[in-house]
Design a protein around this ligand. Sequence first.
Ligand code: NAD
Length: 382
Amino acid sequence: MAARRSIGIVINGVTGRMGYRQHLVRSLLAIREQGGVPLAGGGHIWPELTLVGRDPDKLASIAARHGLTEWTTDLDAALSRPDVEIYFDAQVTAQREKAIRQAIAAGKHIYTEKPLAESSGAAEELAELAAAAGIRSGVVQDKLFLPGLRKLKRLIDGGFFGKILSVRGEFGYWVFEGDWQTAQRPSWNYRLADGGGIVMDMFPHWNYVLEELFGAVRAVQCTTVTHIESRVDERGETYQADADDAAYAIFELEGGIVAQLNSSWAVRVYRDELVEFQVDGVEGSAVAGLRGCRIQHRATTPKPVWNPDLPVTESFRDQWSEVPDNDEFDNGFKVQWEAFLRHVVAGEEFHWDFESGARGVRLAEAGLQSASEGRRIELGSA
Ligand SMILES: NC(=O)c1ccc[n+]([C@@H]2O[C@H](COP(=O)([O-])OP(=O)(O)OC[C@H]3O[C@@H](n4cnc5c(N)ncnc54)[C@H](O)[C@@H]3O)[C@@H](O)[C@H]2O)c1
């Protein structure tokens, strides 16, 4: 029988939206249900989980619900266990840096939600500390593993677009204010003091998406707004929302591609998916969402003529064709967890590390700086 390689993992922030649903249930428990992560040389990695959080009742209830026995409110105690090799952080962003420093000091490998830290200085320091300690690090970059973006990457790799000219992306949906209907996102997202703001939330994603698919970001110009200034929190109390809830940005990429991305929690969806990227190339164009991806080749591109006196006579959407799956797409968070576990246990390649996470925070910071100073910010070529 193939060997089982157990690996102890501390999950901090497991009561949260991301920690519970995507990381515990859809990734780590799903990995256990499938029998572990297979290793190339035989055998498989088996995650042994310790839940960490602030509320003992919530932790005990999650553990009982999923047949787990190990949980604690004492992070230090969890990190001092010799059988724990990995620290994972899905806490609110503002609590992350402190806990990651503790985990580095304890010599654990670290995987974390984005953003890595609240400032690029802190994120870069964490990357340096992790490198000096010789630990393996990773930051969640789930969008890369979405079916829609994987199909887009396949189109790019297959040369479908020819020269790529531009990317335009729309991300967002209406986040209820919390008064007459409860908000579908936690209130800390709308308070600057608690690490909120859509730029800090979304630009780390945009950085790795742009970098891996189209080219590293060389300059950014961004306008941020707090459209909804008063919201109601989880306890029914009205608070002042001072964090940016929309960002309208232009990114100049290495190689000359221009990407224009709108991110908003104050927009109503008239799209097929909550995020969509249109890519225009000389040979063809594509529109990719979370799952779907449609294309139009230059040979099937219609020739509309601008005439406002006539009604539209053709259905532009019908002139695109759907890219087939040609593959099976597992949950993106789980796919990246499996890659990180193979990286830790078998040394397999994994480049979504703290340094790449720090570049994401750097872009968010540049976006905020551009908005506050009203000018274009260049990012170094390093
Ligand atoms: N990869 C993605 O697509 C994605 C999506 C949403 C959020 N995130 C990131 O995941 C992290 C968690 O976001 P979430 O939406 O799950 O938040 P959430 O509010 O639902 O969960 C936050 C967790 O942090 C814990 N926590 C620890 N200290 C806290 C404190 N002082 N105040 C409040 N909570 C505290 C909470 O108990 C809870 O377990 C954030 O860093 C966020 O940027 C990533």
